[in-house]
Design a protein around this ligand. Structure first.
Ligand SMILES: Cc1cc2nc3c(=O)[nH]c(=O)nc-3n(C[C@H](O)[C@H](O)[C@H](O)COP(=O)(O)OP(=O)(O)OC[C@H]3O[C@@H](n4cnc5c(N)ncnc54)[C@H](O)[C@@H]3O)c2cc1C
Length: 261
């Protein structure tokens, strides 16, 4: 292969990468709701005009009250690919304006609006690179990472994958079935329980520490792409620790869900 051919091979878009989908507003209907955790709900939307989305992308969801008042919030998409069925998982933020409504009040058949797909940076596509991938999630921050892990497993992608998931108790684990499937397909998974560990666990419950992070994630010299998602304080803490442990911050992509310390 000549130098030019080699360069072309490196910069040509992989055939498996879809063209970037232009974000737009879409009418959506709630197709299904189910409890995800005691505090969160899975919501499946039927969006007939949805163009599909990459693993890791999000959308803006807009509610309109009868008096015309509107409120919108961002939600990561737990599904990916070309399906027009879009899966979300919403955690109830006490005193929040939108999330309690989505968790407690939205019903099958309700009409909503969504804008997306959004986000071109916090995405991972199967078949594009064989670099190791490190996923680090806190609580509901696992939603886009579950989409990535599922896409990796379904594509039988050969890239080494690890997931570190920090969550309060076993009951608070999102997407347990999907994460179990991803683990069975090779995603090396560590769950850290901050308040209550499962019966028989060898590690007692406790907040994620820098040492626990260092033990669970790929070492800095593995060249892993790192995706971190969760509440803003969780993401900031993990980013600080990754930097202290010697990870190249240009390899780290972060999505902050909000909240303050
Ligand atoms: C790109 C992106 C993707 C997101 N994906 C998801 C998702 O998949 N699932 C999900 O449940 N949420 C997700 N969020 C958070 C979501 O957009 C809302 O912020 C959240 O649902 C709270 O909205 P609210 O209207 O109930 O609260 P608000 O009325 O907006 O806020 C009420 C109070 O809660 C605090 N607060 C807001 N968000 C959080 C939070 N996440 N944690 C702790 N405190 C908070 C605010 O600072 C405020 O003090 C995402 C956010 C972003 C930016």
């Amino acid at each position: 292969m000549s130098a030019v051919e080699g360069l072309e091979a490196r910069i040509a878009p992989p055939t498996s990468a879809p063209a970037r989908r232009r974000p737009a507003w879409h009418a959506a209907t709630v197709a299904a709701v189910s409890p995800e955790t005691p505090n969160a709900r899975r919501i499946v939307l039927d969006v007939p005009t949805w163009p599909g989305n990459d693993p890791g992308q999000h959308l803006d969801l807009r509610l309109t009250a009868e008096d015309g008042y509107q409120a919108s919030r961002s939600y990561s998409i737990a599904s990916s690919g070309t399906a027009t069925s879009v899966v979300l998982a919403v955690d109830r933020v006490e005193d929040g304006e939108v999330s309690p409504f989505l968790v407690d009040a939205v019903e099958v058949g309700d009409a909503l609006e969504v804008h997306g797909p959004l986000g071109g940076w916090f995405v991972w596509r199967p078949g594009v690179s064989d670099r190791p991938v490190q996923l680090v999630a806190g609580g509901s921050g696992v939603v886009p990472l579950a989409a990535i892990a599922t896409a990796h497993a379904e594509a039988e992608d050969p890239a080494p994958f690890r997931l570190l998931y920090a969550v309060r108790t076993p009951d608070d684990v999102f997407f347990r079935t999907e994460l179990d499937r991803a683990e069975a397909a090779g995603v090396d998974t560590t769950v850290v329980y901050s308040r209550r560990a499962p019966d028989g666990a060898t590690t007692p419950a406790g907040r994620l520490t820098r040492d626990a992070l260092a033990a669970a994630v790929f070492p800095p010299d593995a060249g892993a792409l790192v995706y971190v998602c969760g509440s803003t304080p969780f993401v900031e803490q993990v980013l600080t620790w990754l930097g202290e442990l010697g990870h190249d911050t240009t390899d780290v992509r972060a999505e902050r869900f909000g909240g303050s310390a």
